[in-house]
Design a protein around this ligand. Structure first.
Ligand SMILES: [Zn+2]
Length: 130
């Protein structure tokens, strides 16, 4: 995979504005992740009360506990969580806001609405996903 350099065209002032916008979106992403993690906690509590009494399977269950809990989440939430983590990583790496498919800049409007999105509007409609 060849990475495009987006360097020369970017003005310093634009970069600064972009960074504070990212910071804002990062907060939204962190909040959203927290919300999903709370769902995970709830699922864990249910699991605990449900499982009381089955002793011989407890040791085994504990090692794969987190994994099990993730299965409690719906596919939609799992995907969302993955995308949020990915977006947060991209913010740290500094390549946030670019479409993973075509490399085009994702519009601010779309980033605000879907801060975890991986694709620009055009590619998202092609793949039929956020
Ligand atoms: Zn694209």
């Amino acid at each position: 995979m060849v990475k495009k350099r987006a360097g020369s065209k970017t003005k310093a002032t634009d970069k600064k504005g972009k960074k504070s916008r990212w910071e804002h979106l990062k907060q939204i992403l962190l909040k959203e992740r927290e919300r999903i993690m709370k769902l995970v906690d709830l699922a864990a509590q249910e699991e605990n009360s449900f499982d009381s009494g089955v002793e011989d399977e407890v040791g085994q269950a504990e090692s794969s506990f987190e994994r099990e809990i993730l299965f409690e989440l719906s596919d939609k939430e799992k995907t969302l969580l993955e995308n949020i983590n990915r977006a947060l990583r991209k913010i740290d790496e500094g390549n946030y806001g670019a479409c993973e498919s075509c490399g085009e800049k994702i519009t601010d409007k779309r980033m605000e609405a879907l801060p975890h999105t991986r694709y620009c509007m055009k590619c998202a409609s092609l793949y039929d996903r956020g």
